[in-house]
Design a protein around this ligand. Sequence first.
Ligand code: PLP
Length: 372
Amino acid sequence: MSQFSDRVEAISISGIREVFEAAGDDAINLGIGQPDFPTPDHARRGAIEAIETGQVDAYTANKGVQGLREGIVAKHERDLGLDYDPGELIATAGGSEALHIALEAHVNIGDEVIFPDPGFVAYDALTKLAGGEPVPVPLRDDLTIDPAAIEEAITEDTAAFVVNSPGNPTGAVSPPEDVRAFARIAREHDVLCISDEVYGRIIFDGEHRSPAEFAPEQTVVVDACSKTYSMTGWRLGWVAASEERIERMLRVHQYVQACASAPAQFAAEAALTGPQGVVDEMVDTFEKRRDIVVDGLTDIGFDVPTPEGAFYVMPKVPEGFVDECIERGVVVVPGEAFGEHGEGYARLSYATSTEEIHEALDIMAEAADAVR
Ligand code: PLP
């Protein structure tokens, strides 16, 4: 008998790490999934002050400190006009834990979970850990999530579907009519919609909308400070949902985390309630880089939908291109790391300096010539 659970044997370490390791230390890294900005000063100070005044020495409430949850309520009101109660939130160890407790609380053994393919790597793995059956569905040609594909995939065993806008690995933003369709599907089929909105503030064109605006009872919103405030290392995210769902997710959170890290909670409270200009500046910078990358890739001759958010772009690339880039010292992630429908694509992150982006584009042009 194996010492290990079938559930853990069914998942593996993310392929993205392997790419980093293959490339060496002086490579230009376009594989990174985090902003290249410092955490805003006011967020850092929020944590420092809480440490100095002894507020972080004990467990906090399982759901998180009241001030943070009020800050999250205000954020949802500001960005989406949503009206959560602080009781309808749990502060988590990043968006990752938020996804984990959402799936643990809603998925029975053998239940199906639908998610975009290519999509964020955790959807498949966390579904399997919860004992569920992954049902990956392909994207449209423009790399947006197709509500019709989700609806077609629904069976009587479907527990949930995951949507993610702006998307990783695509940068694609779901238009409002699609977001409304996600909400309608959740209501009509009585299935849960898990809406992963960790890139919701990083948007250049279009607008960020949430299925929670149209189907609040059927939606669990997953969000985090990680990308918005360049706080990936702090590990602070949250779920927002109806009290009934929150109570079930709290049962899991209580035993796996007790509470999110207290210093991170105070930093997040300060980030969410303090000046938001730093976020706007970061988004402006990402937009300029997005334009450089899309123009550069188009000049190389790649077919590339213009991403409207996040900091990723996902061109179709010729066979052998990813390896050729890595050999020449530019890290890009093969599309298949995000699901089988990602094959033939590569994910490039532009969370790096403009100078490095220009350098990487020159090298990618050579790599493309070498494999054509
Ligand atoms: N959801 C998506 C789409 C992501 O890309 C990531 C991180 O890359 C996460 C969730 C997890 O974020 P966190 O670092 O807050 O756990």
